[in-house]
Ligand binder design. Sequence first.
Ligand code: ADP
Ligand code: MG
Length: 263
Amino acid sequence: MLAHPEVGVAADRPLLVADDIHRHFEGLHAVDGVSIEVPPGQITGLIGPNGAGKSTFLAVVAGTLPVTAGTIVFDGVDITPAPAYRRARRGLVRTFQLPSEFARLTVLENLLVAAPDNRGDSLVGALLGKRYWIEDERRYIKDARALLERFGMSAKESDYAGNMSGGQKRLIEIMRALMLKPRLLLLDEPMSGVHPKIVLEIQRYLQELRAEGLTILMVEHELHMVERLCDSVIVMAQGKVIGSGTMSSLRKQREIVDAYLVG
Ligand code: ADP
Ligand code: MG
């Protein structure tokens, strides 16, 4: 159900290849030559100390920040010049580190604001006019309700998002991203500010999404969570990748332990 309607991915090819990505803020090299590959169908973790450049890197991949230099290839296509909404249409969708719900909209409306609006592009759409829109709207409401059901939030559909708990706001954000039927979901600390009970729920949802074929790249600081969820992990520090592999292999690498895992 969640798979993007476009073709699947060649199993032997990374879904995302970021090559020598730089993002500078004036003199600060927040991302300083990062090259990574994200294999399809897995959860890849991105860890590292505060200020390592993880959120900036996600923003650059999602297209919400332009790169200073480097190339981003998504499913074999160079998307470096594409703005965020075009990347989202291709199936590359992010969430934010800080909750970004629309407090004065209902939970259902928060999902509907994500609905992809493609009709303006097409002459046929314009000619078909209102009837077309109503059909779209019905479909989006149906999709949104299916997500609310799945994420155990149907009863909250008409409540203001601003009144939800930290965990529920995270779920709203994940559901809003799923409305776009992503193939690669970028998550920035989806468990932060979340009650431990909902952390376990989110963990289970992410595992289910992976089982359905969704690829995930997630920033997470809680290493036990990373260990449980992530098939492989990339470690960043000071804008650079300092290691990658499984969590257990990283624990054996002295310089990574020194740079991050203990300090
Ligand atoms: P992380 O997510 O790993 O904690 P960030 O990507 O948020 O790290 O930040 C990396 C560095 O870039 C930090 O030094 C941060 O202060 C800086 N930075 C992030 N965003 C901006 C911005 N919009 N303008 C200037 N500096 C920024
Ligand atoms: Mg961050």
